[in-house]
Every structure is written in C-alpha cells, then in structure tokens.
Design a protein around this ligand. Structure first.
Ligand code: 5GP
Length: 118
C-alpha cells in the first residue's frame, strides 16, 4: 500500500488542521480522538509515513519503533490510566475497519471497557 500524504493524520502532522494535542516528541504525536469512545480516548501516531501497523512493524527503524512504543506508554501514564487500566488498539486493513491510513494506536480508558471485541 502506498502512503497517502493527504490523509487526515498526515495533515494534522503538518499542522494543516488542528488537533487537541496531549504529547509530542521526535517519534510520536498524541491527540484526543475527535469522536471519543471512552472517557479517555487518545490516538498516538508515529511521525513517519506508515500506513498501518503492518507497514510500521516491517519498515520502521528500531529507533522509530522504540520511540513510538515508549511514547504510547508515557501518554497512557500521563493520562492517569496506569492504575485503572486501559486498552490499546491498532487497526490494519479492511477487516479491521481502519479508517485513517496512517498508523495509529488508540488508547482507551477511564471506565470499565468490557470484553474485547464486544
Ligand atoms: P481507525 O478506525 O482508523 O482505527 O480510527 C480512526 C480514528 O480517527 C477514529 O476513532 C476517528 O474518530 C478518528 N478521527 C478521524 N478523523 C479525525 C480528526 O480529524 N481528528 C481527530 N482528532 N480524530 C479523528
């Protein structure tokens, strides 16, 4: 899959459209989901042009992967979710219903989330 530079998260990364930013470092940007599914629903995206987890896991450098994973953990911790718990979710491809073709991890928490894929 070829990366689409016009996707909405690429535009957020370029500052062309706003987001409610919660964290940024050289590897990741985190912001609130525009349509939250839980009291806390944050999206964390890598800075590089990766379409999905499949692309990121295969193509990103070790530094990019480490930096991104550490950012996800830090954002969840800073959101106060370490003790109550949270769910990480990343969609890839049609069966997952991935809507935005820039790799992103959802962090959801702030209430009991029920069983996975309920
Ligand atoms: P996906 O289904 O691709 O895993 O999730 C895409 C997520 O991006 C959805 O939860 C959706 O609400 C969120 N989203 C879509 N467009 C925007 C936007 O312009 N700003 C923000 N903050 N979130 C968005």
């Amino acid at each position: 899959m070829i990366y689409d530079r016009s996707n909405i998260f690429a535009r957020i990364l370029r500052g062309e459209i706003p987001c409610k930013k919660v964290y940024e470092d050289p590897y990741a940007l985190a912001f609130h989901d525009i349509n939250p599914q839980a009291p806390t629903h944050i999206l964390v995206i890598p800075k590089g042009p990766f379409c999905s987890f499949a692309d990121f896991s295969a193509q990103a450098t070790e530094q990019e992967i480490t930096g991104f994973i550490r950012a996800v953990g830090l954002v969840a911790r800073q959101a106060g979710l370490d003790d109550s718990g949270y769910r990480l979710l990343a969609n890839h491809g049609p069966d997952s219903h991935q809507e935005v073709p820039h790799f992103h991890v959802h962090i959801a928490g702030g209430r009991p989330l029920g069983k996975m894929l309920a």
